[in-house]
Design a protein around this ligand. Sequence first.
Ligand SMILES: Nc1ncnc2c1ncn2[C@@H]1O[C@H](COP(=O)(O)O)[C@@H](O)[C@H]1OP(=O)(O)O
Ligand SMILES: [Mg+2]
Ligand SMILES: [Mg+2]
Ligand SMILES: [Mg+2]
Length: 358
Amino acid sequence: MFTRSIMSLAFSTEKQVAISAVRRACSLTASVFNRLVKSETSTKDDKSPVTVADYSAQAVISTMLAHAFPADSIVGEEDSSDLRAESGSDLRSRVIELANEALTADLALGDNAEWGIGPGQAKSPEQLLDAIDRGNFAGGRHGRMWTIDPIDGTKGFLRGEQYAVCVSLIVDAQVQLGVIGCPNLPVDPSKPDGDKGSLFVAVRGQGAHQMTLSGADPAPLTIPTFSLDELNLLESVESAHASHSFHDNVASNLGLTKPPTRMDSQAKYCALARGDGGVYIRMLTNSSYREKIWDHAPGVVLVEEAGGVISDFRGQPLDFGAGRTLGENLGILATGKKVYPSVLEAVKKVLSEQKSNV
Ligand SMILES: Nc1ncnc2c1ncn2[C@@H]1O[C@H](COP(=O)(O)O)[C@@H](O)[C@H]1OP(=O)(O)O
Ligand SMILES: [Mg+2]
Ligand SMILES: [Mg+2]
Ligand SMILES: [Mg+2]
């Protein structure tokens, strides 16, 4: 006889909480965008724009994860130090107000009041700041940890283009679950002016799925078997985030004729997973920058569950056990199984040409 734990799918509660948290955070970020005023954008030490939406979305997701899984660690992008400073009081009030607005919204299908949400569940400012700081975990090779990127692609968000709310669950350095909400991504890539707002969910061993942000029309995702002449690259919009010239060299090496698609955030992984672009490529522009685990963990499980391959430029798996960053990985490459060996070979060739030119 099957026991209940064998019959029920692994990580089903984790999946539901993550979907629910990402959905609430997406409503919050979309509503902030509609009301956004420039003065709400502050600058962090790394000069990346960070808005009230980043802080409040992290507070919401982290609050829900902490209620549902109090023993789990969280690696989140933001921390509350600027909000706790004397000069951050206006920003702090706005963040508290927005986070509570999102947390206390009515329960939707699949929501559970035990996750700290629903009418009457407002949190104190201290609870919300602590929730943001719960994301300070240093990462590591053992145990369960969640990653949160409350807004991935802040620059895309501010431009009104692509951005993503990203959550993953990593167990013993392996990504098991990824949820990516893309409020501005067309539901149907062939109808760019049609309905927007797509949610991507992948659980290891259970496939990758796309649905609308409200959970309608779930559909399994499989990366199509492209041939080399059908491929195009998916790359960052920001030339400071990824080397477009390196990517161009890889494209010429492969003889690609289609121009690259430039898109902010992990929406690129989502586009790849649904066959709307053939190769995710990311070569750093600055050798001192280390890729953050929250920027890739959900994308990894999504791509793998859609039947693709993801590695660094040496063909090594991305290492999620090295701390908050990917550590020694160089570059990121994700594509379909059939073309992966040729694309990796081209990447290695361009890398070695680059070295011999130095
Ligand atoms: N100097 C940098 N090099 C590479 N990636 C960066 C750099 N600065 C920020 N990022 C992060 O790169 C990701 C965006 O990638 P892309 O340009 O492909 O959309 C974001 O996670 C962004 O952080 P953030 O989450 O704060 O937006
Ligand atoms: Mg940021
Ligand atoms: Mg990010
Ligand atoms: Mg971010």
